[in-house]
Design a protein around this ligand. Structure first.
Ligand code: FES
Length: 574
């Protein structure tokens, strides 16, 4: 039996060899029981899997991958599943975000170094979605996304309990003396009752919506619950479709155009999505070579209303969202604001996909004419405190604080904050501006989700639930409040945030997009002269990261990873 000879697919640079080389590439794979004709030039599909028991949101991905394989086989392809690093949001210290770029490098090199013609990305927990899209974009093979789906709604004492959002709320209630510690522990066992990712409109749900809005998945991918049989069916259909995409040579670069990113930004406003999407989409666009800037978020999306009544801003959860029609219903509602001719993974335009999308529950997905919240996108602030920008989600903020002047109370680390925030002698009240330094990409390192600092107990006890908070950190997509985030440059890079001192007056003016530290330029220069850069890590990934990470307004990708290297076949390994 000679070596298989079929179309000039990328995988044939491995499997199409005659002699010793082809023997080596094929024979070892055959130890898993694959017949010889699997190497005959049919599309080889990599299933890039972020399954991990340490990433509970992706804990069902081995089963999901089996459904993808069914579809690949049915369509005449050859599926090969491979694992990549899975940064789990709830477990990884100091923050899963420190490892997003590392995971993306692993994805990129795993795709390029292996005999693959197309890729299915299995994504769920917050960082796994951007990491896989970033890595795959740098290769630009035909690629389709499949999200793992949200958990079923949390249920406790006759009501819903939303991931993350419920934790922040209840922990403030415990601190304010409105809930007992025992009740708090009881709630812990009732919040997460099925496989899947956080079921609020947090970062994971937001990014699943972004995948679909970008056109990188089949329609309905964003919201089908993880344990709903329709998720398995979608996985099978995704497997079938990637084989067609390889045959059509439908690469990521044909889908991830500037139009697609503009659609995604507008969608993020309409769903009330997470501020984390700003950083992730900038990073993905950077890999794809698409010219996307921080200010595009404000210019394209900030005036759009939020239609989706989901926690943390609203009432419902992702399960309700899916039953109400999910993202297709939202996209149809905002269709006059979209580029309807953007191409999607099923080979049709987004306009064609949503043309007849129904909405089944107007309390969950509101009509454009009567939105859930007006002007709900991301606002980009600038001023002497954030020369390269900072972001705020006005729809999650308190209207009375959107224009505010207050006295700064400064914390130079999250440990400093935790040690002092409940000190009765801390000179702070509800009119102050809480400032947190050194939590940005370099400073933490990894830009942790600590920007939504809890309020001081003595303020909570007055019944106050919000204060202005400013940091170079990120915030969980499940959180809320008048929180200025992603201040750039960050404190650890010598940004003005590092120079704020207790008692300084800070002005926040969201309608005019301004964030200002009321000190003179001379005083700012004098403080800068005294500033010392924090010491940098000495070795390993931490060193590589801190030496190369870009600031938040550029997506916090490593400078050496921006752009792509394509999917050329590397030189032979033997
Ligand atoms: Fe994984 Fe929220 S912790 S999605």
């Amino acid at each position: 039996m000679g070596a298989p000879k079929k179309p000039a697919r990328r995988s044939q640079a491995w499997f199409g060899h005659e002699g010793k080389s082809g023997f080596l590439y094929r024979s070892w794979l055959k130890n898993q029981g694959y017949p010889h004709d699997m190497f005959d030039g049919r599309p080889v599909i990599g299933i890039c899997n972020t399954w991990s028991e340490l990433t509970p949101c992706n804990g069902h991905f081995r089963e999901l991958a089996e459904f993808v394989k069914r579809g690949v086989y049915e369509a005449g392809g050859f599926p090969l599943e491979f694992p990549v690093m899975s940064p789990g949001e709830t477990q990884m210290r100091p923050t899963a975000m420190l490892f997003r770029n590392l995971a993306s490098m692993e994805v990129e090199e795993s795709i390029r170094g292996n005999p693959l013609d197309g890729v299915v990305l299995l994504m769920g927990c917050d960082k796994t979605t951007p990491a896989l899209l970033m890595g795959a974009a740098s290769c630009d093979l035909p690629t389709i996304g499949l999200s793992g789906g949200p958990m079923l709604s949390g249920k406790w004492r006759g009501g819903d309990l939303g991931s993350g959002t419920g934790v922040w709320k209840m922990s403030e209630m415990v601190r304010a003396g409105e809930m007992s510690a025992d009740e708090f522990v009881e709630a812990e066992s009732n919040m997460h009752r099925s496989k899947g990712h956080c079921m609020t409109m947090g970062t994971a749900s937001t990014m699943a919506n972004m995948v679909e809005a970008l056109g990188m998945s089949l329609p309905e991918n964003a919201a089908i619950p993880a344990v709903d049989s329709r998720r398995s069916r979608l996985a099978q259909l995704t497997g079938r479709r990637i084989v067609e995409m390889v045959n059509e040579d439908l690469r990521m670069s044909r889908i991830l155009t500037r139009k697609a990113f503009a659609n995604a930004i507008r969608t993020n406003a309409a769903i009330g999505g997470s501020t984390n999407a700003v950083i992730h989409l900038l990073a993905i666009a950077g890999r794809m070579g698409v010219d996307l800037k921080l200010d595009d978020w404000d210019e394209l999306g900030s005036k759009l209303p939020c239609l989706v009544n989901l926690q943390p801003s609203g009432t419902y959860l992702m399960e309700d969202y899916y039953y109400a029609g999910g993202l297709p219903a939202v996209l149809r509602e905002i269709s006059e604001h979209l580029d309807l001719d953007a191409l999607t993974a099923n080979g049709k335009t987004i306009g064609a996909n949503i043309a007849s999308a129904p909405c089944w529950n107007r309390d969950v997905i509101k009509p454009l004419a009567e939105p859930f919240k007006p002007e709900a996108g991301i606002a980009v602030l600038r001023g002497n405190l954030a020369p390269d920008g900072a972001v705020i989600k006005p729809s999650a903020a308190s209207p009375h604080l959107l224009q505010h002047r207050g006295r700064a109370v400064v914390f130079d680390s999250i440990e400093d904050f935790n040690a002092r925030i409940d000190d009765e002698n801390l000179d702070i009240d509800e009119n102050c501006v809480m400032v947190l330094q050194n939590c940005g990409p370099r400073g933490y390192p990894g830009m942790a989700e600590v920007g939504n600092m809890p309020l001081p107990t003595k303020v909570l006890k007055k019944g106050i639930t919000d204060m202005v908070r400013i940091s170079d950190a990120r915030m969980s997509g499940t959180a809320y409040g008048t929180v200025v985030l992603h201040t750039s440059p960050e404190a650890a890079a010598g940004g003005p945030l590092a120079l704020v001192r207790d008692g300084d007056i800070i002005e926040l003016d969201v309608p005019n997009r301004r964030i200002h530290l009321e000190i003179t330029d001379e005083e700012m220069a004098a403080r800068r002269a005294q500033w010392k850069e924090p010491s940098r890590p000495a070795r390993g990934w931490y060193k590589l990261y801190v030496d190369h990470v870009q600031q938040a307004h550029l997506g916090a990708d490593l400078d050496i990873l921006v752009g792509g290297s394509g999917a050329g076949v590397p030189r032979d390994s033997h």
